[in-house]
Design a protein around this ligand. Structure first.
Ligand code: C2E
Ligand code: MG
Ligand code: MG
Ligand code: MG
Length: 282
C-alpha cells in the first residue's frame, strides 16, 4: 500500500524493517522445528502469599534452547509466533504441557502442590474461535480440574473486542481463573474491569519498581490495590526484587507477589524439591 502513495508520503517503510521481517520469518521457521523437536520447555515461577510465605501458585514461562544460538528469551520469539499464527499450535502445546505438569504435581506433592498454574495466552490465541473449547478439551485430556488453571491475558487482548470477551466468558463458565497481566500498561480503561470477567490483576513490574521511592512514585500501585480490593479481585504484584518493595507493597495492602526476591522461574523438579518437606535427619 505504501508504495501506491507516492514518494515520501506517509510511508513508514525502511530497509531496517525489511531486515526485521526476514529475521522474524527465520525465527518463526526455526520455532516450528523447535516445537517439533523438543527444544522448548516450560519453567515455573512461584507466586507467593506474603502473609505467610506460602505458595499461591506458579506462572508457566516458555524457554527455548536453540541448538546454534543458545537460549532465546520469549520476548524475542513470541511476537514472531503471534505474527505468523504459530502461536496457536504453540500455545496449545504450552497449555497441555502446563496442565500435565499441574496434574503430576498434584499426584506427587498432594496439598503442597501449587493451587493454580497460570498460563500466558496471547491476543491471537484468545481471538481464535473455539479457544475456550480447546482449553476444555486439554483439561479433559490431562485430567486437570478447571479450578487449578489460570489464564493470563493482557488488557489490550481483551480490549480487542467481542471475540476475545466471548472466549473469556466461556473460560469462566468452565471454572478457569482469568488474570489481567501487566495491568496498568495496556490499552484499556478501568471500565473494562466491570465488563470483563476477570478474577485477578497482575500489577505490572513498572509500578512495583518505584514503590519504595516515596511520594507520587507509589500512587499507582496504591490506587490499583484499592481498586482491586474494592472490586473483590485478587492482585499479584509482579517483579518484586527486594525486601523493601515487599514490605511497602504489604503496607499498601497487597497480599500476593511474584519476583526474584521470592524465587526465579524454576524447573518442575526444583519446585517440587522446594515444596516437599525434607525428612528430619536421623
Ligand atoms: P509476563 O507474563 O509478564 O511474565 C513475567 C516476566 O517477568 C517473565 O519473563 C519473568 O521471568 C520475569 N520476572 C519475574 N520476576 C522478575 C523480577 O523480579 N525481575 C525481573 N527483571 N523480571 C522478572 P520472561 O519469562 O522472559 O517472559 C517475558 C514475557 O514473555 C512474559 O511476560 C509473557 O508476556 C511472554 N511469555 C512468556 N512465556 C510465555 C508463554 O508461554 N506464552 C505466551 N503467549 N507468552 C509468554
Ligand atoms: Mg504473565
Ligand atoms: Mg506479567
Ligand atoms: Mg510483566
Amino acid at each position: 500500500e505504501a508504495k501506491n502513495q507516492g514518494k515520501g508520503r506517509w510511508s513508514s517503510y525502511t530497509p531496517a524493517m525489511d531486515q526485521r521481517g526476514a529475521e522474524q520469518a527465520r525465527i518463526a521457521g526455526d520455532l516450528r522445528t523447535a516445537l517439533d523437536t523438543g527444544q522448548l520447555h516450560l519453567v515455573y515461577q512461584p507466586i507467593v502469599d506474603m502473609n505467610d510465605g506460602s505458595l499461591y501458585g506458579v506462572e508457566a514461562l516458555i524457554r527455548w534452547n536453540h541448538p546454534d544460538r543458545g537460549p532465546i528469551p520469549p520476548v524475542d520469539f513470541i511476537p514472531a509466533a503471534e505474527r505468523t499464527g504459530l502461536i496457536v499450535p504453540l500455545g496449545a502445546w504450552i497449555l497441555a504441557e502446563a496442565c500435565g505438569q499441574a496434574v503430576r504435581w498434584r499426584r506427587e506433592l498432594g496439598p503442597a502442590a501449587p493451587e493454580t498454574v497460570s498460563v500466558n495466552v496471547s491476543a491471537r490465541q484468545l481471538r481464535e474461535a473455539g479457544f475456550a473449547a480447546e482449553v476444555a478439551a486439554i483439561l479433559r485430556r490431562t485430567g486437570l480440574p478447571a479450578r487449578h488453571l489460570t489464564v493470563e491475558v493482557t488488557e489490550t487482548a481483551v480490549f480487542d473486542g467481542g471475540a476475545a470477551l466471548l472466549e473469556l466468558h466461556a473460560l469462566k463458565a468452565l471454572g478457569v481463573t482469568v488474570a489481567l497481566d501487566d495491568f496498568g500498561t495496556g490499552h484499556s480503561s478501568l471500565g473494562l474491569l466491570r465488563t470483563c470477567p476477570v478474577d485477578l490483576l497482575k500489577v505490572d513490574k513498572s509500578f512495583v519498581d518505584t514503590v519504595t521511592h516515596g511520594g507520587e512514585h507509589a500512587v499507582i500501585a496504591a490506587a490499583l490495590i484499592d481498586i482491586s480490593n474494592g472490586l473483590h479481585l485478587r492482585a499479584v504484584a509482579e517483579g518484586v526484587e527486594t525486601a523493601e518493595q515487599a514490605a511497602e507493597l504489604r503496607r499498601l495492602g497487597y497480599r500476593y507477589a511474584q519476583g526474584y526476591h521470592y524465587a526465579r522461574p524454576l524447573l518442575p523438579e526444583a519446585l517440587a524439591r522446594r515444596q516437599v518437606p525434607q525428612p528430619a535427619a536421623a
